[in-house]
Design a protein around this ligand. Structure first.
Ligand code: FAD
Ligand code: NAP
Length: 275
């Protein structure tokens, strides 16, 4: 055995979690919201819009895991997540203190319904988000397929306060300015992207729940487009349970039917969190 090998064997091994990855970047957006990036497991393949189980080791020595939408697109070499901070939440009360270099457990088994495969071909795609429900769309908005498949891409994001829109607003801005993305997606394709942010509890240029703005027709007027119809429009929805139920009802009234991976139709829904 050479001296170099002996030294290598004697080196204490850093304790690693099962399926551990390293945090590479953390940004706090508000006192309730933050995003972070993490190294990507070599084995992880996913479709933009899917979610995985992530977490930390619990005090009982067992992993404490929660579902998280992957906010980065499938071509990205790292993974990005956009997270709530629940002060007494078992996971996020700890997750919010993550720093660069820390370890995070990622179970490399992506699943979910907010994928292009679950929709029939259409002309215009709507992404309807509230709160952290923006996360899967942060992935899909950076995926070239979104622009290849549709003539128009509309993302609506409703939050209580203006500060809660910032992650989404900066992402949209960066998509439009990022040279690599412009090259990947094409400037002419990115021109298809329309962003419609609204707030409900703090003054902003557009106030109101997106559901009310759809019922009144205001959103279509603001965007200068025809209302939703079954031939042209496809939709993906991600928000709290009450929001999802309400928007489902509205989309069904417009003639859209709920699809799934195994049965593509005109819209799909996923919970942003369990109430
Ligand atoms: C399919 C799916 C995808 C998800 N993707 C994300 C994601 O991308 N980002 C994310 O932050 N969370 C996401 N969640 C929620 C996530 O799984 C956890 O619930 C969240 O991280 C809080 O974990 P916790 O252990 O701290 O508290 P928990 O015990 O899990 O939750 C405590 C309470 O906090 C509230 N809450 C939980 N999550 C949220 C949230 N995201 N926004 C507002 N209130 C919330 C609810 O009232 C919940 O009952 C997702 C959930 C599902 C089912
Ligand atoms: N955001 C905060 O500042 C804050 C602070 C402390 C605690 N919390 C708690 O955290 C949890 C999640 O809060 P959150 O703000 O992240 O998410 P949320 O309650 O799901 O609200 C996000 C956005 O969705 C809108 N919305 C809710 N239900 C809707 C429906 N049925 N149809 C259309 N729009 C709907 C809300 O409008 P409305 O405002 O009209 O409901 C709000 O603009 C809640 O239990 C809340 O009490 C939030």
């Amino acid at each position: 055995m050479t001296e170099a090998t002996v030294t290598e064997l004697a080196k204490p091994k850093a304790p690693t979690l099962p399926d551990a990855q390293k945090i590479t970047y953390v940004k706090h957006w508000t006192d309730r919201l933050f995003s972070f990036r993490v190294t990507r497991p070599a084995s992880l393949r996913f479709r933009s819009g899917e979610f995985v189980m992530i977490g930390l080791m619990g005090d009982n020595g067992r992993p404490l895991l929660r579902a998280y939408s992957i906010a980065s697109p499938s071509w990205d070499e790292e993974l990005e997540f956009y997270s709530i901070k629940v002060q007494d939440g078992p996971l996020t009360s700890r997750l919010q203190h993550l720093e660069v270099g820390d370890e995070l457990i990622i179970r490399p088994k992506p699943v979910g319904t907010l994928v292009h495969d679950a929709l029939l071909p259409g002309k215009r795609i709507w992404f309807f988000a509230t709160g952290t429900g923006f996360a899967p769309f942060a992935s899909l908005l950076r995926d070239p397929q979104t622009y290849e498949d549709y003539d128009e891409v509309i993302i609506t994001h409703t939050c209580r306060e203006v500060g809660e829109l910032t992650y989404g607003a900066e992402l949209i801005d960066s998509i439009r300015k990022d040279e690599m993305l412009v090259e990947l997606i094409g400037a002419e394709n990115l021109a298809k992207l329309r962003y419609y942010p609204t707030t409900t509890r703090e003054e902003s240029p557009k106030m109101g729940r997106i559901t009310d703005l759809m019922r009144s027709g205001e959103v279509f007027k603001d965007l200068g487009i025809d209302p939703i119809n079954q031939d042209n429009d496809r939709a993906m929805v991600c928000g709290n349970l009450a929001f999802n139920l309400e928007i489902k009802e509205i989309l069904e009234e417009f003639g859209l039917r709920e699809g799934a991976n195994s049965d593509p139709k005109e819209y799909v829904v996923e919970k942003a969190f369990v109430d």
